[in-house]
Design a protein around this ligand. Structure first.
Ligand code: BGC
Length: 539
C-alpha cells in the first residue's frame, strides 16, 4: 500500500492562533475541530499541530511540563480524542509535535533533578561542575540567549540549555530518559495519532566529554544578530548516538499502522543520514527553503543536492512556518499586490518532489504582521529587537472573515493583534472568488493529488535561463514539465512539441505557435508530445 505521506501535503496548525472557541483570546482544540472541514476541503492529506501539551508557555508550548496531558488553555484529552476522530472521518491524518530534546524547567523531573546529586532524577538532565575559575564548562552557546549553561545554586552546578534558560536539555546518555520519552510517544500513538513532527531532532545527544565547539570560519560582521552562528556545533548537537535513538523510535512507531516521523533538521547532509534506509525517519523537514534566498539557482541546488546524496530519501519542503518570516514578506518587497507572487510560490512549492508542509494562512497569501515591541510575546524577539523582531509576526491569528470582530478568530481581544494588512486577506472573502489565492491553492492541491508525476515523480532540472526555474517530474513514463518565471520582466521562450497540461493552473503565460510568453510571476505546466523538449529563449 502506498504511504500517505509520500508526496503528500501536510497543513501546519499553530493552535494558539487558529480558532478560539472559549473566548480567552487563544485558539484551542475545539476550534481546530470546528475548522477541520475547511482544511479537508483544501485538499491536503494531514495536519501537523504545534505543541498542545501542558506548559508554562515560555516558548509557546515548546517547553513541556507534562508530556501526557493537554494544556488547559487548549482543552482536554477528550477534546483531543474528538479532534482525532473528526480528522479521521474527514480522511485527514493527524501529526503532533514532540519536543523530546528538552523539557520546561517546571517539569517535575527537572524540579527534582535540580535539588541535588543523589535523587532518582539527578542524572536526567545535563549537569556539569564549573571550571576552576567558576565559569561554564565549555563554550557552547544557546540559540536563544548567549551561553548555553545556567548556574543552579542548589546543586552548585551548571545545566545545559540549547534554547531558553527555562528549557533544560534532557540527558539522553541516560537510558532511563530514553525509555521514558519513548513511553510518552507511545501514549499518543495509543490515542490514535498518525505521526510526529520531531522538534530539533538532532539536538537529543551532546558530547559526553563536553568538548568546545570550534569557531566557524566567518567574520563577526557577517554574523546576523546571534553569536550562535559563529560556532560549528559539532559537539553540542548532531551526535552519532542520535541515530540509534531514532531507530528505536522507528521500531516503536512501526508497531502502529501507517505512522510517520518527520524530523526537523537544519542541514541537508543530516537530512539524508537521518532518513537513510527504512529504519530511521521517514521524512526530514528542511530549513533550506525557509531562508532569505529565493532564486531558481538556490531551489535547484538544494533539491538536486538532496537527491544526489539521498536518491531514495524523503525530504519535506516548506516556505513558511511558525519560526520564520512568512515567505511573501521574506521574498518580495512589494506588500500590496502580492496575488501573482503568492500563486507563483504556491505553484513552485506544490510541484516539488517530496512531502510539502503548508503553514496556516499561507493558503490565503498572508504576509508577516508588523508588530510593535510592546505587542511581542516571543522571547527571541524581545531579546534581539530591533535587528530580529522574533516570531510573533508570522504567528498572528488566522483571518477567517474580515467583517467579523477580530476576524472571526475570537470574540475577545486575541493574544496577538490582527492588523489591517492581514485583514485584507481573509478566508471567507476569498472562498467565493475564483481568482483568489485561496482558490488557487485548492486547484493546485487537487492538481498535485491527481497527477502521480507531480506527487511522486522523479525530478530533472532543465537549464533555460537563470531566472526561469524549470524541471520535469516523471512517473511511470509520464512526464510533466513545470516552468516558472522568477524574473521581474517578461521572458519569451520557444518550445517545440509541448502542450499546456492544465489551463486553469496556468498563470501569466500566453502560449501560441510554440511560443511561450511569460509575464513576471508567470508559470505553466506542460506535457511533452514526444522526446526531450528543447526550450530556447527568444529575444
Ligand atoms: C521550534 C521552535 C522552538 C524550538 C525549541 C524549534 O525548532 O520549531 O518554535 O522554539 O524548537 O523547542
Amino acid at each position: 500500500m502506498e504511504e500517505w505521506w509520500r508526496g503528500g501535503v501536510i497543513y501546519q496548525i499553530y493552535p494558539r492562533s487558529f480558532q478560539d472557541t472559549n473566548s480567552d483570546g487563544i485558539g484551542d482544540l475545539k476550534g481546530i475541530t470546528k475548522r477541520l472541514e475547511y482544511i479537508a476541503e483544501l485538499g491536503v492529506d494531514a495536519v501537523w499541530i504545534s505543541p498542545i501539551f501542558s506548559s508554562p508557555m515560555k516558548d509557546m508550548g515548546y517547553d513541556v511540563s507534562d508530556y501526557k496531558n493537554i494544556d488547559p488553555i487548549f482543552g482536554t484529552l477528550e477534546d483531543f480524542d474528538e479532534l482525532v476522530d473528526r480528522a479521521h472521518s474527514l480522511d485527514l491524518k493527524v501529526m503532533i509535535d514532540q519536543v523530546l530534546s528538552h523539557s520546561s524547567d517546571q517539569h517535575p523531573f527537572f524540579l527534582e533533578s535540580r535539588e541535588g546529586k543523589n535523587n532518582p532524577k539527578s542524572d536526567w538532565y545535563v549537569w556539569s561542575d564549573p571550571l576552576s575559575n567558576g565559569s561554564a564548562p565549555n563554550n557552547w552557546l544557546s540559540i536563544f540567549e548567549g551561553v548555553a549553561w545556567e548556574w543552579e545554586a542548589r546543586r552548585k552546578q551548571y545545566y545545559l540549555h540549547n534554547f531558553l534558560v527555562c528549557q533544560p536539555d534532557f540527558n539522553f546518555h541516560n537510558k532511563e530518559v530514553q525509555d521514558w520519552l519513548l513511553s510518552t510517544v507511545r501514549f499518543w500513538l495509543d490515542r490514535g495519532v498518525d505521526g510526529f513532527r520531531l522538534d530539533t531532532v538532532n539536538y537529543y545527544f551532546h558530547d559526553k566529554k563536553l568538548r568546545d565547539n570550534p569557531a566557524r570560519l566567518q567574520s563577526v560582521e557577517s554574523v546576523l544578530v546571534n553569536p550562535y552562528y559563529m560556532q560549528e556545533h559539532i559537539h553540542s548537537i548532531s551526535q552519532p548516538e542520535n541515530i540509534t535513538f531514532i531507530e528505536n523510535l522507528r521500531v516503536l512507531v512501526d508497531q502502529y499502522e501507517d505512522c510517520a516521523l518527520i524530523g526537523e533538521i537544519s542541514n541537508i547532509d543530516l537530512m539524508a543520514e537521518y532518513t537513510k534506509g527504512n529504519k530511521r525517519l521517514q521524512l526530514a523537514y528542511s530549513f533550506e527553503l525557509l531562508g532569505t534566498e529565493f532564486s531558481s539557482k538556490h531551489i535547484k541546488d538544494v533539491i538536486e543536492y538532496f537527491f544526489e546524496i539521498s536518491p531514495n530519501g524523503n525530504p519535506c519542503w516548506s516556505f513558511s512556518n511558525h519560526d520564520v518570516i512568512r515567505h511573501l514578506s521574506r521574498w518580495s518587497e512589494e506588500q500590496d499586490s502580492l496575488t501573482g507572487f503568492a500563486k507563483l510560490t504556491a505553484a513552485i512549492l506544490l510541484s516539488l518532489e517530496g512531502t510539502i508542509c503548508l503553514f496556516q494562512g499561507e493558503e490565503l497569501g498572508q504576509t508577516e504582521s508588523d508588530l510593535d515591541f510592546e505587542e511581542l510575546t516571543d522571547p527571541l524577539g524581545k531579546r534581539f529587537w530591533p535587528e530580529n523582531k522574533g516570531r510573533d509576526g508570522c504567528r498572528t491569528p488566522m483571518v477567517w472573515n474580515s467583517e467579523k470582530e477580530y476576524a472571526g478568530f475570537s470574540d475577545v481581544k486575541p493574544w496577538l493583534p490582527v492588523k489591517d494588512s492581514q485583514l485584507k486577506r481573509a478566508s471567507y472573502q476569498q472562498l467565493s472568488d475564483p481568482e483568489s489565492v485561496l482558490s488557487f491553492y485548492k486547484l493546485m492541491l487537487s492538481f498535485r493529488k491527481n497527477n502521480k508525476e507531480l506527487r511522486n515523480g522523479k525530478t530533472t532540472f532543465i537549464d533555460i535561463h537563470e531566472q526561469i526555474l524549470a524541471f520535469s517530474r516523471k512517473f511511470d513514463e509520464k512526464i510533466i514539465l513545470c516552468v516558472f518565471n522568477l524574473a521581474k520582466d517578461s521572458i519569451k521562450l520557444k518550445a517545440e512539441g509541448v502542450e499546456c497540461a492544465n489551463s486553469q493552473i496556468t498563470c501569466g503565460v500566453k502560449f501560441s505557435n510554440n511560443l511561450l510568453k511569460f509575464e513576471p510571476n508567470g508559470f505553466i505546466f506542460l506535457r511533452a508530445n514526444s522526446g526531450n523538449t528543447i526550450f530556447k529563449v527568444v529575444n
